[in-house]
Write a protein that binds this ligand. Sequence first.
Ligand code: FES
Length: 282
Amino acid sequence: MKTEEVANLTERHLKAGDGLISILEDIQGKHGYLPEEALREVAEQTGRSLVDIYGVATFYRAFSLTPRGRHLIAVCSGTACHVRGGPRVIKEIEQQLGISAGETTPDREFTLETVACLGACALGPVVVIDGHYLTKVETTKVKGIIEQARKGLDKVEVKGDERVFPIEVSCPRCNHSLIRSDVLLDGIPAIRVTVAFDHKHGWLSISSLYGSYTVSSKHHIPEDTIVDFFCPHCHAELLGGTMCPECGAPMVPMIVRGGGIVQICSRRGCKGHMLDISGTNL
Ligand code: FES
């Protein structure tokens, strides 16, 4: 990426009133990582110190300072996943790809990383490939998963895909169900909330299938917009204080019936989400 290109891109974001994260996301998206010379140029253009820029670039898992592969495989190394066989899964992936955790395959197809607890402990070992959560992963499935990733995991099959399962959620404040039986998405009753962004206010329906990203809304929500979510019953804002591990936007918490919390990223287009069905401690 040329210095001039970074300068133009930064200027465009600054004019639009975007923050540093949007600038870094753009560079990461175009280049696959954040080259040092690009970060220097961003520091120059924004008037922020290089230390500051590096601080943000290294804080969020979505950013990388070294080239990553086309597919990112992240295996949870948290305690629950560890005792459920996480290390065996990591070893199998390492063998299949011929690399160690933290490395990228020579053909730049795959990068393997280990990450801290992803908040889905009861479903461990958890592996995230290109933003898709795979739960209870067994070593015998690793080969198939890698092949599937090569073909593109973005093609989630809503029917019969084991990464997709229905959840019933309620408001963390009033506990009223957020499922609307008369609103169908992916063929089943959807989650219905109200949202506010850019002086607009209206309904948003979200598929209640965990793993599906189908949504529909009253107003078109532009990509990258951070949206405020509200309960349509008690009108409380759905805020839990957690930030998205992918992009840093606030996460939106909802209670899962039967115990647990699901959190989704409030930024339109970000697939950051966490599911913890081991407890209800908001
Ligand atoms: S320890 Fe792996 S998801 Fe929590």
